[in-house]
Design a protein around this ligand. Structure first.
Ligand code: SAM
Length: 293
């Protein structure tokens, strides 16, 4: 007997009816009902039979199933307890899938990877993310410096644009720098709302993040570097000098900020959105020097 894909409008409807499952907007539950889109997502991850996949929010298993057919093992984190019996049923043909009932933001991801995957195994995070927590999830995956090759996720199109933005564009901001510090970001494709039930009100896109072997720039103090570029974008209409004077902290006085900008060869009248990641790195190191910390 051939197994029918979960991600078709008919099969999804049957599963939802069988379990009397009602989707919760508050959990970002928009399920994919298009197998072509799912194949595109999986292909963007460049996985092999030896790979491991980590999924966030399997829902009723639409993407999980496509991953299970192609990789050695899938570990999926699902917060909604009501989905556990559904997944046990829909994914019963795939013994290489394990569901962890947990909020991914609270999960010990490094520990799960150590326990569930082989040492040095090729690992990808692949997910149709709940949109209400896209940024915290992506930042957790990046900041924890997990041993993963990359991340392929369906997210809001507008957030994908911000993450992949280049200096000088209106989308470029602290999220672009934070993500591009750890990874190379590419918007792979935009996706119409019609491939989901229920249809989200925003446009969606598939984003690929390929983790860098080393961060994009070397800085003396990573935490301070993050503080500097966040402060630089606090008010987009203000110059870099004004933003730093008002948002960096009590220690950093105007004279020191001016000296650091000069040393980093950055005109104090420029706006944060025109600075490259390399310029922010130089600026953060210069500020540390002038503060003598
Ligand atoms: N993967 C399925 C698909 O593509 O059809 C469902 C994707 S749906 C956009 C997001 C899923 O993430 C839902 O199943 C939701 O219950 C789950 N979810 C929401 N917040 C979560 C969290 N903090 N941790 C883990 N799962 C979460």
């Amino acid at each position: 007997m051939t197994i029918k894909d979960i991600a078709t409008p008919i099969r999804t409807k049957q599963i939802l009816e069988k379990y009397q499952f009602h989707m919760k907007k508050s959990l970002g539950q928009n399920f994919l009902i298009d197998t072509n889109i799912l194949r595109n997502i999986v292909e963007s991850a460049n996985i092999t039979e030896q790979s491991g996949a980590i999924e966030i929010g399997p829902g009723i298993g639409a993407l999980t199933e496509q991953l299970a057919k192609r990789v050695k093992k899938v570990i999926a984190f699902e917060i909604d307890q009501r989905l556990l019996p559904v997944l046990a049923d829909t994914l019963s043909p795939y013994p290489n899938v394990e569901i962890i009932h947990s909020d991914v933001l609270k999960a010990e991801l490094q520990q799960v990877i150590n326990d569930k995957f082989d040492d040095g195994q090729d690992l990808m995070v692949v997910a149709n993310l709940p949109y209400y927590v896209t940024t915290p999830i992506l930042m957790k995956l990046l900041e924890e410096k997990l041993p993963i090759r990359g991340i392929v996720v369906m997210i809001q199109s507008e957030v994908a644009d911000r993450i992949a933005a280049k200096p000088g564009s209106k989308e470029y901001g602290s999220l672009s720098i934070a993500a591009q510090y750890y990874a190379v970001a590419e918007k792979v494709m935009t996706v119409p709302a019609t491939v989901f039930v229920p249809q989200p009100k925003v446009d969606s896109a598939v984003l690929r993040l390929t983790i860098r072997k080393e961060p994009a720039v070397a800085v003396k103090d990573e935490e301070y570097f993050f503080k500097v570029f966040h402060a630089s974008f606090a008010n987009r209409r203000k110059t870099i000098l004004n933003n730093l004077v008002h948002n960096l902290g009590p220690k950093e006085r105007k004279s020191e900020i001016e000296a650091a900008l000069e040393e980093a060869d950055i005109d104090s009248r420029r706006r944060g959105e025109t600075l490259s990641i390399e310029e922010f790195a130089k600026l953060s190191d210069s500020l540390l020097k002038f503060l003598d910390v």
